[in-house]
Design a protein around this ligand. Sequence first.
Ligand SMILES: Cc1cc2nc3c(=O)[nH]c(=O)nc-3n(C[C@H](O)[C@H](O)[C@H](O)COP(=O)(O)O)c2cc1C
Length: 173
Amino acid sequence: MKPTPINKEIVLDPKRYIVSETDEQGKITFCNDYFVEISGYSRDELLGHSHNIIRHPDMPKVVFKLLWETISHRKNINAVIKNLAKDGRYYWVFTEFESRSDTDTGKIIGYSAARKTISKHVIEIISGLYAKLLEIEKEKGVDASEEYLSSYLKNKDENINFQNFMENIHKFY
Ligand SMILES: Cc1cc2nc3c(=O)[nH]c(=O)nc-3n(C[C@H](O)[C@H](O)[C@H](O)COP(=O)(O)O)c2cc1C
């Protein structure tokens, strides 16, 4: 059963990365000690499962839709994500996602993610945006939230997509 979220933040060490790797289906094959410590789960509870185990209900679906569309095409992407620990607390992270391919066949063999802490200011802006996306998803579904996100980005800059936006997040805010 999923933990009930509580309104308490886990303060992350700015010097440490929370790292994990998956197979091509997204099942966790590796997590570093800091991942285990912050998530509150044992390594055994994490390995073999989807990262959905740490998915926070405040996260809009559209972010994961864009994440998977990007990495499954062998492109790397960054994303700001709110995660849920086993005890119900949350932690915001800036995450760098990468896909790993077989050097001979070019076939994707897995994905990796390295997460670090992010400034309060970015969290404030992004949490507002994600709350709006979630509200739209609940009312009208994920296509509508994707449309809202596109016009939000267009208003910032004609040529920006979600990928560049997340890459440049420190510059924007
Ligand atoms: C390498 C990798 C790391 C991921 N890390 C996270 C994460 O930290 N938090 C999260 O909620 N989802 C993460 N995901 C996405 C999950 O696989 C999943 O798509 C997401 O939690 C939404 O769950 P759902 O697809 O069951 O709705 C990651 C996926 C990959 C491939």
